[in-house]
Design a protein around this ligand. Sequence first.
Ligand code: PMV
Length: 350
Amino acid sequence: MSEIHRASTTAPVNIAVIKYWGKRDPKLNLPTNSSLSVTLSQSDLRTHTTASCSASYPPQDSLLLNGSSQDVSGARTQACFRELRALRKKMEDEDGSLPKLSSMPLKIVSENNFPTAAGLASSAAGFAALVRAIANLYELPASPTDLSRIARQGSGSACRSLFGGYVGWEQGSKEDGSDSVAFQVAPAEHWPGMRAIILVVSAAKKGVSSTTGMQTTVATSSLFPARASETVPRRMKEMQKAIQEKDFETFGKVTMMDSNSFHATCLDTYPPIFYLNDVSRAAIKTVESINTAAGKIIAAYTFDAGPNAVVYYLEENEKEVAGLFKAALEDKDGWSGKRGDAVQVNAVAL
Ligand code: PMV
């Protein structure tokens, strides 16, 4: 019986406040614009992944996600496996005493503690954890930046889950994607009062995958070119400044406007893409009424490729936001009865 080599890691979910939407190179997952996200607490939303390899394993690589077997033959997963194996192979070639892990079949076992593919950035945490678990297994001397370049090829947004706190993804300009990597704007401790509520409107799988959605938006939306070339570059600067200065009003306003802009390009796609539903729109109205009552922006909503709302706020406004939000949801006709298991409000520490 051959030895089994094994390594485990966890990676957090990140939720973008400036959205990635559009690929200039679909094969390498190179984006049409830079993006920026907040990494959520690992204790709340994360993927736990164990990577192992052994000469005694069946010859095919395998991936088990939440107990069910996944197809690993897709180009994205293959790109991650290939890049990581090549780095290990280089080490083995340089040091003949190292075990030849690069030629052994891989077995990956992942568990999410949140709904998969429900617009909760599951692929981000998933690919970030997969890449880091294999890098640990292979004992690669790779930095988070190096790993972000590899994870990006699995799922674009995954590159941002290799860092904690406030994280940017530079679109880069090189054709090989070597400069399209994630970077930390500020660590979580810089602005420790940041909180998020996640409203799981639906735990069902999303209707239009982000890859298909992005391609159709880039090909058909007349709003898209202005978003990619003017709106997002300006907002990236505003957002980084707001984070540096801990200016929640600007952070919140830019977050909400960017979510609206992204969903506007989805509606402007032909055929149109609807990720938001009536419950999502009720969440937007609840945030608006919280801000109106406060006389300033103390809560900010954002939606990914699905109906679930993420609402950012500062801990000092916990009562006004999390408290009022929960109360408001219970009062709405559309909410009662629909809550049950499908609708949960979770306050998440960062
Ligand atoms: O990484 P993907 O291909 O799942 O795309 C994610 C796209 C959004 O979540 C909608 C936006 C983002 O920047 O995370």
